[in-house]
Design a protein around this ligand. Structure first.
Ligand code: M6R
Length: 614
C-alpha cells in the first residue's frame, strides 16, 4: 500500500534525513520503490525542485541516490506499492508536470488513468510514465496553466480523477504544499516551525503529536506555521481543531487498533471498494473472462485461505454464470489433474503472496501442457504474476498479519465480480452497495462475535458447517480459528455431518452453521440434527427466511431461529452477498478468542505469511 509524506518548513534547510526517516516509518505498509523531492524556497536554488527516485528498499536506494544530502523548504517522500504498472524508476513517485514546476505523489488508485493519459498527451503535456500518480500532477497542471491558483486547480482536477486516492503536490513558486483526500488515508501534523501531511500517523509522530484529521472531499494547504482546510466541492473553509495524539508508535502503525489483524479486518470495506473500482475500469478483465468462458475444463487452484476462496468462487461461477469450475488444492491438482490438461483448458491460480511453493509447483506442472494460466494475486511482481498469461490484482495493499483476512475477502469479491459479469444482466449485483454492506456487517456482528467467542473459548474442539456457497466460508472460518486460537475446529459440508461426526455431539457441544438464503431450508435440518441431540448450534445467517413465512416456510415447519441457540444476524442481502459477508463475523470470532487466550493473532506460532517450502 503506497505511503506519502510531505513537509513544509520556514526556510531552505537539510530535509533529506527527515524524508528518509518518514519513509522508514511508512515502510511497514510494504513498498517496491521510493522517491524524494525537495523544493527550494521561492524557486531559489539550482534546480528549484530536486527529484530522486528508484525501485528498491530505502537504505539501498538512499545509498545510491543520496537522499540525505537533499535540502529545501518543502519536501515530499513516497513509497510505492505497485498495483498496476511494473515497479520501475520511471513509474516511481513523486512525478513532475510537463515543465518541471509542479511535483506531487499519490496514494491509491486513479481508475481512469488510461483515458486521462491519452487526453494529457493530446493536450500537449509531457507524460513520462504509466503510473497513475503522474496523472494527478497533470490534472492539476491543466488548470494551473489556465491561470487558476493551486487550490482551485486541485478542486477542478478532482472532478476529473476517478477512484480512491490522496495526493500531495507543490509548485516551485510560493512556500506551500497542498494535499487532497478522496478515499485514501491522509492526516495533517502541526509541529513547531513546520507542518506535515501523510497517509498515516507513524511518519508524523516523531515530529509532532498535534494532529488534524481529514475527511474525504477535503483539501489542505500547508504553510510552515499554519494549515487551512477547505471543502473540495465548493471551496469553503472548514474550522476543525487539531487533536493531541497520546498513544505510542506501535498503536499508530496499527491505525489505533491493538493488532494488525483487526486493522486489516476493518480495512475490508475500503479495499473492496478499491478493487471494484479497479475491475470496473480495467482492460485486464475482458481477456480473463474470455479465458474462463472458452475453457473446456476450468480449475481454480490455491492453498489454505486462497483455496477456500476458490470454493466460494466455483459456487458463484456455477450459480450465476453456468460455468463448471473445479476448485482444487494445489498439491492435489499437481498429482491428479496436471497430467490431463490440454490447450483448451484454463487454470486460475489464486494466491495472496503469489509465491506459495505448492501453488508454483502446480503451475509448473500445468505449464507442461499448453493450458492457459491465469493468476489472482495481491503482491504485484510475484512469481505467479510473471508466470501467468493474464492476471488480476487483489489491490489490498500489504497484509501484515499472518491470518489472511482482507485478501480472502477480495478474492471472493473478485470471483463474484467475474461471475456477475458473465451472468444474466437482469440479476446483477448492486456493486455500489457492497462496501457499505461489508462495513455494516462488521459493525453489526462485532459484539455478537465477541459473545460467541466467549461461548467457544472453553472448548478445544468444535465444528463449523456450511452448505453450497457457504462451504468455503465455513472452512475458512474453521481455518482462521485453528490458526490463531490453537483450538481444533473442523470445517465441513453440513450434510456430511450426519454421516459420522454427529456422534461427537454431547450436551453443550458447539457446532457453528454458516448459511445463505437459498440453502436455509436444507440447513435447518442440519441445525436440528445437532440441536435435538443437545448440541449448541450457533447460526450465522441473514434474517431467518423461515420466520418470515416465505417459500422456505412451506418446505419446513421448523425455523432456523427456533433451532439455533445463538443466531448471529447478517444484514439482509441476496444469496451470493450473504456468502461474501458471512466470513466477517467468523474472522471476528477467531480474533476475539485468540486475544482472550492471550495469543498474538498477528503472529501465531509455527506459521509464516508466505510458505515457500514444499
Ligand atoms: O499466499 P497464499 O494465498 O498462496 O497463501 C496460502 C496459504 O498459506 C494461506 O492462505 C494461509 O492459509 C493463511 N495464513 C491463512 O490465514
Amino acid at each position: 500500500m503506497c505511503g506519502i509524506f510531505g513537509i513544509v518548513t520556514e526556510q531552505n534547510q537539510p530535509l533529506g534525513k527527515i524524508l528518509v526517516e518518514a519513509g522508514q516509518r511508512l515502510s511497514y505498509r510494504g513498498y517496491d520503490s521510493i522517491g524524494c523531492a525537495t523544493i527550494a524556497s521561492d524557486g531559489r536554488g539550482t534546480p528549484a525542485i530536486d527529484l530522486r527516485k528508484d525501485t528498491g528498499k530505502i537504505d539501498e536506494v538512499n545509498s545510491r541516490l543520496n537522499f540525505e544530502e537533499m535540502s529545501g523548504q518543502r519536501g515530499i517522500v513516497q513509497l510505492r506499492w505497485a498495483t498496476f504498472g511494473s515497479p520501475s524508476q520511471v513509474n516511481s513517485q513523486p512525478h513532475l508536470d510537463s515543465d518541471g514546476d509542479l511535483v506531487g505523489a499519490h496514494n491509491g488508485n486513479i481508475v481512469n488513468n488510461v483515458s486521462l493519459r491519452e487526453a494529457f498527451v493530446k493536450e500537449g503535456m509531457t507524460v513520462r510514465s504509466s503510473n497513475d500518480g503522474e496523472s494527478c500532477v497533470h490534472a492539476v497542471e491543466r488548470y494551473y496553466d489556465q491561470g487558476c491558483d493551486m487550490v482551485e486547480s486541485i478542486r477542478r482536477a478532482a472532478r476529473t480523477l476517478q477512484g480512491d486516492y490522496a495526493f500531495v503536490i507543490g509548485h516551485q513558486e510560493g512556500d506551500t504544499l497542498h494535499a487532497i483526500k478522496q478515499g485514501s488515508g491522509l492526516v495533517v501534523g502541526i509541529a513547531e516551525g513546520a507542518t506535515c501531511v501523510s497517509s498515516d500517523l507513524p511518519s508524523i509522530l516523531p515530529l509532532t503529536n498535534k494532529i488534524l484529521r481529514m475527511y474525504d472531499g477535503e483539501i489542505v494547504t500547508l504553510w510552515h506555521d499554519r494549515v487551512e482546510l477547505r471543502r473540495v466541492d465548493d471551496g469553503t473553509l472548514i474550522e476543525r481543531e487539531p487533536e493531541i495524539f497520546t498513544e505510542g508508535m506501535g498503536a499508530a502503525e496499527k491505525g489505533g487498533y491493538p493488532h494488525f489483524m483487526l486493522k486489516e479486518i476493518h480495512e475490508q470495506p475500503q479495499v473492496a471498494a478499491e478493487l471494484i473500482h479497479w475491475l470496473d475500469a480495467s482492460p485486464h478483465v475482458a481477456p480473463f473472462l474470455e479465458a474462463l468462458t472458452s475453457a473446456r475444463r476450468l480449475y481454480l487452484v490455491g492453498c489454505g485461505t486462497s483455496y477456500h476462496a476458490c470454493l466460494v468462487g466455483a459456487a458463484y461461477l456455477s450459480r450465476l454464470a453456468g460455468l463448471g469450475a473445479v476448485p482444487v488444492l494445489a498439491p492435489q491438482f499437481t498429482e491428479t489433474m496436471a497430467h490431463t490438461l490440454g490447450p483448451e483448458d484454463t487454470i486460475v491460480f489464486v494466491s495472496q503472496s503469489g509465491e506459495t511453493k505448492d501453488v508454483l509447483n502446480a503451475l509448473k506442472a500445468a505449464r507442461r501442457s499448453e493450458a492457459r494460466i491465469l493468476g489472482v494475486l495481491n503482491v504485484i511482481g510475484a512469481t505467479l504474476m510473471l508466470a501467468s498469461d493474464h492476471y488480476l490484482p487483489l489491490a489490498c495493499g500489504y497484509e501484515i498479519s499472518v491470518p489472511a483476512t482482507k485478501t480472502y475477502l477480495n478474492q471472493v469479491v473478485l470471483f463474484l465480480y467475474l461471475a456477475d459479469r458473465l451472468g444474466r444482466p437482469g440479476a446483477r449485483i448492486d456493486w455500489a452497495q457492497v462496501p457499505n454492506l461489508i462495513a455494516e456487517t462488521l459493525e453489526l456482528t462485532n459484539e455478537p462475535a465477541r459473545r460467541v467467542a466467549e461461548v467457544l473459548n472453553p472448548f478445544d474442539e468444535m465444528y463449523y458447517l456450511g452448505y453450497g456457497s457457504t462451504l468455503g466460508v465455513a472452512l475458512e472460518g474453521a481455518l482462521k480459528l485453528k490458526e490463531i486460537t490453537y483450538a481444533h475446529c473442523e470445517g465441513m459440508l453440513s450434510s456430511e455431518f450426519k454421516h459420522g461426526p454427529l456422534s461427537a455431539v454431547y450436551d453443550g457441544y458447539p457446532v457453528l452453521f454458516v448459511t445463505a438464503p437459498d440453502d436455509a431450508a436444507m440447513m435447518v435440518n442440519h441445525v436440528n440434527e445437532v440441536a435435538c441431540r443437545g448440541g449448541r448450534s450457533i447460526v450465522v445467517a441473514g434474517e431467518d427466511p423461515l420466520l418470515r413465512g416465505n417459500v422456505m416456510g412451506e418446505i419446513s415447519e421448523s425455523s432456523m431461529g427456533e433451532s439455533a441457540h445463538d443466531y448471529l444476524l447478517l444484514p439482509s442481502a441476496g444469496h451470493e452477498l450473504t456468502a461474501l459477508l458471512a466470513v466477517l463475523p467468523l474472522q471476528l470470532i477467531s480474533y476475539h478468542m485468540s486475544v482472550a487466550r492471550g495469543i498474538d493473532p498477528d503472529f501465531p506460532r509455527n506459521l509464516s505469511k508466505t510458505l515457500t517450502v514444499d
